[in-house]
Design a protein around this ligand. Structure first.
Ligand code: KIV
Ligand code: ZN
Length: 532
């Protein structure tokens, strides 16, 4: 049985999804969940992209134990130095250096000859090896590169001490048989290849990321890279929950195993979806809401007689137990803490536990039965301590045949509390117009989604929005018993995520050149903005 290592890049490639801006405490939460899920490597970020990103990688490196923490770097001395700066406290640090190897990238983006690219790659690995023993090297756009060129450059970086060689399908172009053939080609020709781990990294532009990754396993690859729920820019990355489940269910076929504890799958998927605001489609393999729902009479009959008739994965295997009622209004702090621990929700400090317990108590006053999903919704709703905008109060009047009217009081980054009123076609529109007036600059709502945490009239409402503000986009979420309040919270959350990235925001200073989908200019990696 071969051991396949799982390299998670949700916090790096996944965080490059348009409009996703995670707070530090959210990144830490995801890192903890990935650790419990049993991944071998957590790629925590790209430290040279911004000081905040460096700090986030540092913080993740400090808490993760039992998995390697990787930091991405271009083949530039400064990137590699920053990666080391971020990883110093990691138990198992890995520097991940990459450079593009396809003719189109070398000629038009890097403007370097193939020989110069080999030289840069070698220098990059050499510099990274000064800091850490574990160095991953990636040939960006490998699947559109010349295979003989790949053989040459891989041989050189192995001589410098690279320990992992990753051949990404950066633009989601390759086909399963072709990807496997590329790995076989290098495995047969590169001197010293037996000393390193070979890795696959696939994007989903043609919907083949998971198939290509599994095909790479058949060709001899021992590390698979991907993200939870397949998030990532454009069509996203290979979905790790699908790959790990395929390897488990079809172990007979792949003759391989991973260290993944699949019973954590549903939780890590829900957490990533809630924190990033990216929904999981109901028909999504392994983690979709309908993945275990049997609708037709024939199927229901079969499953009742023997679940194996139509179910190749059991709900328990992914950690889906019935959504139990966990706690009620008489539950104390101790029971509450124990419950969070049982659900794998790590609370960073006593203050955080206090805030969460208060929110839980407030909820028990409004909702009779508190379920696991309610607790997760409360948990991810813990607002960031460094909020710039804060919803102070909201009053909304609406009714059939009346014009919805809202008054909001919003605390601005300057500390001033501004009160504004607005009317709208609907109550949510009037809320958003009032907030926009208080902020003082145009905010555009690009997407609005609402769902209830569990069934029943007293269910919590979860609202997800995407807004454009000062040329940037951001997602936000809000949770409340009341739909209108949840909608307001989501809007303010989206504003805060943008504000944290913009010095001077709230002083209403437009930021020039930072229009790269919710992140400072130059932050996007795969789009090619910063490569070279
Ligand atoms: O898709 C890609 O090529 C990447 C590299 C930076 C590893 O994400
Ligand atoms: Zn990628």
């Amino acid at each position: 049985m071969r051991r396949i290592e799982i390299f998670d890049t949700t916090l790096r490639d996944g965080e490059q999804t348009a409009g996703v801006n995670l707070h530090l405490h959210e990144k830490l939460e995801i890192a903890r969940a990935l650790e419990q899920f049993g991944v071998d490597v957590i790629e925590a970020g790209f430290p040279a992209s911004s000081p905040e990103e460096l700090r986030a990688v540092q913080a993740i490196a400090e808490i993760v134990r039992g998995a390697s923490v990787a930091a991405l770097a271009r083949s530039h001395p400064n990137d590699i130095d920053q990666a080391w700066e971020a990883l110093k406290k990691a138990e198992q640090p890995r520097i991940h250096v990459f450079i593009a190897t396809s003719p189109i990238h070398m000629e038009h983006k890097l403007r370097l000859s193939p020989e110069a690219v080999i030289e840069r790659a070698v220098e990059g690995v050499r510099r990274a090896k000064r800091y850490v023993s574990d160095v991953e090297w990636s040939a960006e756009d490998a699947t559109r590169s010349d295979w003989d060129f790949l053989v040459r450059i891989i041989a050189e970086v192995i001589k410098e001490g690279a320990t992992v060689i990753n051949l990404p399908d950066t633009v989601g172009y390759t086909q399963p048989k072709e990807y496997a053939a590329m790995f076989r080609y290098v495995l047969e020709r590169v001197p010293g290849i037996e000393k390193v781990k070979l890795s696959a990294h696939c994007h989903d532009d043609l919907g083949l990321a998971v198939a290509n990754s599994l095909s790479a396993v058949e060709a001899g690859v021992v590390q698979i890279e991907g993200t939870i729920n397949g998030i990532g820019e454009r069509a996203g990355n290979a979905a790790l929950e699908e790959i790990t489940m395929a390897l488990k269910i079809r172990q007979d076929h792949y003759q391989a195993e991973t260290g993944i504890k699949t019973e954590h799958t549903a939780r890590v998927s829900k957490l990533v979806s809630k924190l990033t605001g990216i929904p999981v489609p109901p028909n999504k393999a392994v983690v979709g809401a309908n993945a275990f729902a049997h609708e037709s009479g024939i199927h229901q009959d079969g499953v009742l007689k023997n679940a194996l008739t139509y179910e190749i994965i059991s709900p328990e295997m992914v950690g889906l137990t019935s959504n139990r009622i966990v706690l009620g209004k008489h539950s104390g702090r101790h029971a509450f803490r124990e419950k969070l621990r049982e659900l794998g929700m790590a609370v960073a400090s006593e203050e955080e536990l206090d805030r969460l317990f208060q929110a839980f108590k407030a909820l028990t006053g409004k909702k009779k039965e508190i379920t696991d999903d309610d607790l997760l919704a409360l948990f991810v709703d813990l607002s960031a301590p460094d909020q710039k905008y804060e919803l102070v109060s909201l009053q909304c009047a609406f009714g059939f045949g009346l014009i919805p009217t809202t008054t909001v009081a919003l605390r601005l980054p300057s500390g001033e509390v501004r009160t504004e009123s607005a009317t709208g076609e609907g109550s949510v529109e009037s809320v958003y117009k009032a907030i926009e007036r208080a902020v003082g600059v145009p905010v555009t709502l690009e997407d609005y989604r609402i769902q209830s945490t569990t069934g029943g009239p007293d269910a919590l409402a979860e609202v997800y929005v995407k807004v454009a503000y000062q040329g940037l986009t951001s997602r936000g979420r809000g949770v409340d018993n009341d739909v209108v309040v949840a909608s307001a919270k989501a809007y303010v959350d989206a504003l805060n995520r943008i504000a944290l990235r913009l010095p001077g925001v709230g002083g209403e200073v437009p930021v020039a050149g930072a229009a790269d989908q919710g992140r400072p200019a130059g932050r996007s990696i795969d789009s090619g903005v910063v490569l070279g």
